[in-house]
Design a protein around this ligand. Structure first.
Ligand code: CDP
Length: 246
């Protein structure tokens, strides 16, 4: 939510970018953008451009962070200094990026089979190259693909998307201007196989009924997001097979 003159976000049932209330922005996912990573992906989600890269499992360091029962997941979400019109010139983590790194890590702690890698760490990097609202959701969606591409076993391949409120309307997948001026914004991550809610944050106020309806909108949108994730993974496997068949 932001200050300044509040623009009209819904006009005749359409949003400022022409979308309907329950319409996603265009999404494109590629696997393998970072060759040195164990698994990686690149996502374009509307005007967001984000890289996700996974390293490990490897020995957790420093040694005192090791857990003899399971792997620890380290996650760093970061916005590049040129990712938006706002000034990101000051490098290093801030409150927002620390929070997003934490909630993202928690999403994956619930789906990665960490017990299979005692004493190890799995490093997850999310680099926002261009930002336009919903980067935590797009980052989680991309990170899921990067983790799957790395071959690290997971019980599910989570996706994430935001749902928000403008007046009495619920809108899916808020862009930056909608994020800034909507009445509420609720980023959600779900494991599509189990239907488990892995992230639910809320900025603003929604009624119990709106939350329920919002979660349903997200689940419905998840069908197409999950398909894009698995299509990207399949395309990368096909590419690998073709390489070895030559
Ligand atoms: O990106 P997400 O919606 O998950 O997080 P947010 O904190 O609600 O921020 C919304 C949007 O504001 C971001 O996607 C960016 O486009 C922009 N933003 C920015 O440019 N610089 C920041 N320091 C924070 C937000």
């Amino acid at each position: 939510m932001g200050g300044g003159e509040k623009p009209e976000l819904m006009i005749n049932g359409k949003r400022l970018d022409g979308r309907l209330a329950d319409q996603l922005r265009p999404i494109k996912i590629e696997v393998g953008a970072v060759k040195n990573a164990v698994g990686s992906s690149y996502i374009e989600w509307g005007n967001n451009k984000i890289l996700a890269a996974v390293y490990g499992p490897k020995e957790a360091l420093p040694k005192h962070v090791q857990n003899p029962e399971k792997a620890i997941i380290k996650c760093r979400y970061q916005m590049s200094p040129f990712s938006s019109l706002e000034d990101h010139g000051r490098t290093g983590p801030n409150r927002r990026s620390t929070e997003i790194s934490k909630v993202t890590r928690e999403v994956f702690e619930n789906v990665v089979l960490v017990e299979q890698f005692p004493g190890s760490e799995i490093d997850l990097y999310i680099e926002v190259l261009q930002a336009d609202g919903g980067t935590r959701a797009a980052g989680i969606t991309a990170a899921s693909v990067a983790l799957a591409a790395s071959g690290i076993p997971m019980t599910d391949i989570p996706f994430a998307v935001s749902v928000g409120k403008v007046g009495t309307d619920l809108i899916l997948d808020l862009n930056k201007i909608e994020d800034n001026y909507s009445d509420a914004d609720m980023p959600i991550a779900i494991g599509p196989r189990t239907g488990e809610l892995l992230l639910l944050q809320m900025d603003g106020i929604l009624t119990r009924e709106e939350v329920k309806r919002g979660v349903e909108m997200v689940k419905k949108a998840g069908e197409s997001i999950s398909k894009l994730q698995s299509d990207a993974l399949k395309a990368s496997y096909e590419k690998t097979i073709q390489k070895y068949q030559k």
